[in-house]
Design a protein around this ligand. Structure first.
Ligand code: AMP
Ligand code: GLY
Length: 415
């Protein structure tokens, strides 16, 4: 069973059914594309009690969690208490994502390279500190805020306003009871994820993700508008350093803290002139990172997930292909703000065979596919080079149509 209904989950299902060990996949809640290859279950990812009941009812052998919310709510603790196999960190380990203060204090305690940052529990103290900092100044709400909790303020005035919004007007609710004020890091961002059983860290390939809505990295922050792998600027040397100095120490730190971390650990990194530094950790697969990483995975995903659960990842060799992949997200007009849904999507049946379309906000009705969310599709192609993969994806995108659909033209333009 896969929990979630985005393009990340579609990619997970697509990969899982390639395994000879997988007979059937259930997805809660799934989407219009997933429905074509698996069984959708109309259960919300946050209804963890109903999910545990479904796992029992459908005799699920393995559950994989996509989004952060069920992890934070303790879905792994619940499943484990009922003897149900599940891949992901327990609630107390998922704090590495659900509390930025927890993550920052962990990094400081164990000496992981990260932006210099200070934690504040009062807005007065935070505002006073801002007066001593050179802009840009980065303000982060402690808790989960649907990807909107980080503000990169270009002036002290804007930083002060962000603190007032988060801590006084509580725009993110109790997620804003604490804030971190971070030193601004400049450089290029990369997502480096790893499978871990709590001891062994088995790295995935690095991926670049595009968070801003519009070309040239302008516009509002989104869940991610595209991705590619591998990034040319983040080679084997950087990967090795990041694994040695960030991913491995983070996993041993969690074990030392008495909360061994099992699942996918996602490090959001900045390659700065002073080396690789951590921006954040997530407790799950990335979206849209997964859509371009999994096509490169040569090892059976089920074997990896089971080894992570059983604590035997040290006995596995995980192989990745050299092929390059580019993924472009098509979103509804207005996303990440308000948008309308229910528009028919055309052209999906006319695509080149080399194109893979992972659905996100879609639903199937009467043999047709309709839009049903903000991010609608991730369209992926591979090639010998990023340029080749990119050309393939972009040659097909205009064939996919729905009212108001938009996508970035510059994904993977700068390798
Ligand atoms: P986060 O919520 O920590 O994932 O941050 C969201 C985005 O804000 C990151 O992807 C970066 O682009 C940016 N960001 C976060 N922290 C910093 C920092 N210390 N310096 C510069 N940019 C940052
Ligand atoms: N692509 C960013 C994330 O999954 O958090």
């Amino acid at each position: 069973m896969v929990i979630g209904g985005g393009a990340r989950e579609h990619a997970l299902v697509w990969k899982l059914i390639q395994s000879p060990k997988v007979a059937e996949v259930y997805v809660a809640p799934g989407n219009g594309g997933i429905e074509l290859i698996a069984h959708n279950l109309a259960i919300s990812p946050v209804n963890i009690e109903a999910l545990a009941e479904a796992a029992r009812q459908y005799k699920i052998d393995l559950t994989v969690v996509g989004p952060e919310m069920p992890l934070t709510l303790g879905i792994v603790d619940l499943f484990q208490s009922r003897g149900l196999a599940i891949f992901g960190p327990r609630g107390a380990a998922a704090l590495i994502e659900s509390s930025k203060v927890f993550a920052k204090e962990l990094m400081q305690k164990y000496g992981l390279p990260s932006a210099r940052g200070r934690v504040f529990t009062s807005s007065a103290a935070a505002k006073e500190y801002i007066q001593s900092q050179p802009p840009p100044i980065v303000i982060k709400a402690d808790g989960l805020a649907a990807g909107k909790g980080t503000i990169v303020a270009t002036s002290r005035k804007q930083a002060t306003e962000a603190v007032a919004e988060i801590m006084e007007r509580q725009i993110f609710g109790s997620a804003g009871d604490k804030v971190i004020i971070d030193e601004y890091l400049s450089g290029r961002e990369v997502s480096l994820l790893a499978f871990t059983d709590g001891k062994t860290v088995a790295g995935m390939v690095p991926v670049c993700d595009y968070k801003r809505a519009f070309d040239g990295d302008v516009g509002p922050n989104t869940g991610g508008m595209g991705s590619y792998s591998p990034p040319g600027f983040f080679g084997p040397h950087q990967i090795e350093l990041a694994r040695k100095n960030i991913l491995k120490p983070a996993v041993s730190a969690m074990a030392q803290e008495g909360e061994p971390y099992q699942g996918v650990l996602y490090a959001g990194l900045m390659l700065t002139p002073n080396g690789v530094k951590t921006l954040e950790f997530n407790a799950r697969f990335g979206d849209p990172e997964t859509q371009v990483a999994l096509p490169r995975l040569k090892t059976d995903l089920v074997d990896i997930l089971m080894a992570a659960i059983d604590g035997t990842l040290d006995q596995m060799e995980i192989l990745w292909s050299e092929e390059c992949f580019v993924g472009v997200v098509i979103a509804s007009a207005g996303y990440p703000g308000d948008y309308k849904t229910g528009f028919p999507i055309t052209g999906l049946d006319r695509l080149d065979k080399e194109i893979t379309v992972f659905h996100a906000g879609t639903k199937a009705q009467g043999g047709k596919i309709y839009t049903d969310g903000g991010r609608v599709l991730t369209v992926v192609a591979g090639g010998k080079t990023i340029a080749e993969a990119r050309a393939k994806v972009y040659s097909q995108l205009s064939a996919i149509r729905f009212e108001g659909g938009y996508y970035r033209q510059d994904i993977a333009q700068q390798g």
